[in-house]
Design a protein around this ligand. Structure first.
Ligand code: 5RP
Length: 227
């Protein structure tokens, strides 16, 4: 599983803190990444204790982990709604997020946006004053050249994300590729989000604007909850 380099203890505290919001009878969005994984394991313990919880996974990875943790699963079209989603992030600034380090941001955004409440779990290394992390953009493979041109027109520089362990690009759960797009400091996340969404062939980008309700920042010795 991809790791951001934050301490395991901090990630565990963040994940466990968010999992405390989960109650009997809830449908829970299960985020992707090494921090959200701690929440999934904590929710698995609650299921083992007899709580009736269903999980909606956001990726192949979170689905596998939830199966191992014993969490009954459902697809988004099988539930009436999602009570709470718990997800990680690659950068957090003033409640706005950049996600997609695990190339799962398309499904994450669908589930996270559907949830009544979105709790983000991070270690302190993810916090920034302003967003300046590269923005992952999932595109249809055939759209890569034209999407790249349009990203350049937005003053961005894009790089096709490559697979670490084999030749070739990362392929998402949806069969697409990811362009990691450098824009420097993102002064207006809502505007850039709208511009990226308007590019033909873009499936989804990693700017999550005005979606998070709480940020659980795990530390070695505790958790800060920001609302
Ligand atoms: C996957 C994501 C992850 O939530 C994000 O990359 C954070 O992962 P981690 O907790 O392992 O640092 O957006 O697409």
């Amino acid at each position: 599983m991809k790791s951001s380099g934050g301490s395991t203890a901090a990630k565990r505290r963040a994940g466990q803190s968010a999992a405390e919001a989960v109650e009997d009878g809830m449908v829970v969005g299960l985020g992707t990444g090494s921090t959200a994984a701690h929440a999934i394991r904590a929710i698995g313990d609650m299921v083992a204790d007899g709580l009736d919880i269903r999980g909606v996974p956001t990726s192949f990875q979170s689905r596998q982990l939830a199966i191992e943790a014993g969490i009954p699963l459902a697809d988004l079209d099988e539930v009436d709604g999602v009570d709470v989603a718990i997800d990680g992030a690659d950068q957090v600034a003033g409640g706005q997020l950049i996600k997609g380090g695990g190339a799962a941001h398309a499904r994450e955004k669908i589930v996270d946006a559907a949830a009544d409440e979105l709790l983000i779990v991070v270690d302190p290394g993810k916090l920034a004053d302003r967003l300046d992390h590269p923005v992952p953009v999932e595109v249809l493979p055939a759209a890569r050249p034209v999407a790249t041109e349009q990203i350049v027109a937005l003053d961005g520089e894009s790089a096709l994300r490559s697979a670490e362990r084999k030749d070739g690009p990362v392929v998402t759960d949806n069969g697409n590729v990811v362009l990691d797009c450098e824009f420097g400091v993102v002064e207006d996340p809502a505007n850039l989000a709208a511009e990226l969404s308007a590019i033909p062939g873009v499936v989804e980008h990693g700017l999550f604007v005005d979606l998070a309700d709480e940020i659980h920042v795990g530390r070695e010795d505790g958790v800060d909850i920001r609302t």
